[in-house]
Design a protein around this ligand. Structure first.
Ligand code: TMP
Length: 222
């Protein structure tokens, strides 16, 4: 199973990924945890460029193609080999982030982004996407607290420096995607406490696994 986690900054998805892995492993499954951008050797270099707040001159098109480059490398080196080996892949952000951030928030043409995704992904698609929905006012406050505590490097804060209006557009973009693909994307209220969120995720995963057992669809790995 290929599961992706999405949401604005400070929505708490990274913490919940650990719970998800424990839950899946408790069901006897094996998981590979990964993230975008930056989960390959080359991807780490791309991540530095993308998240460094000093890179103010990075234009939206260059940003888009850097995310696509990171993803191409990530799919080839990490995601497909893990799926082929029979592991579950749990990924912290994937292509919906590009549609939400570079498409809805930066304003790059959505058809162009879709065409790019077709090139980079082929037929690969997450089986399940969990969207952590949260008011960006709360998310950004949480994110900056984490940065001030030293939990996130100062040189990875380019998006936290974006205006609130930008993050509002990201959130609206994600919600629009969820409305378009309700079977794949499940929205979670990320303002709830951590335990409640974990329990909700466990319920979603149980339902999904049961569905797979009742109606197994063999995965076509490109
Ligand atoms: P994170 O590793 O803390 O989630 O930071 C990654 C940042 O990159 C986050 O602000 C969202 C942004 N991003 C995009 O803008 N487009 C993308 O396609 C991805 C994967 C992330």
């Amino acid at each position: 199973m290929f599961i992706t986690f999405e949401g604005i900054e400070g929505s708490g998805k990274t913490t919940q990924i650990n719970h998800t892995v424990r839950f899946l492993e408790g069901k006897g499954r094996t998981c590979v945890v990964t993230r975008e951008p930056g989960d390959t050797r080359i991807g780490k270099k791309i991540r530095q460029i993308l998240l460094d707040p000093e890179n103010r001159e990075l234009v939206p098109q260059a940003e888009l193609f850097l995310y696509a480059a990171d993803r191409a490398q990530h799919i080839h080196e990490r995601i497909l080999p893990a799926l082929k080996a029979g592991h579950d892949v749990v990924c912290d952000r994937f292509y919906d982030a590009t549609t939400a951030y570079q498409g809805y928030a930066r304003g790059i043409d959505l058809d162009m982004i879709q065409a790019l995704h077709k090139q980079v992904l082929g037929t690969l698609k997450p089986d399940l996407t969990i969207l952590f929905d949260l008011d960006p006012r709360i998310g950004l406050e949480r994110a900056w607290k984490e940065i001030d505590r030293g939990g996130r490097a100062d040189n990875e804060t380019r998006f936290e420096h974006e205006a609130l209006a930008f993050h509002d557009k990201v959130r609206a973009g994600y919600l629009e995607l969820a409305a378009r693909e309700p079977h794949r994307i499940t929205i979670i209220d990320a303002s709830l406490n951590k335990d409640e969120v974990s329990r909700t995720i466990a319920r979603i995963l149980s339902t999904h696994l049961q569905g797979q057992e009742l109606n197994p669809i063999p995965r076509q790995i490109p």
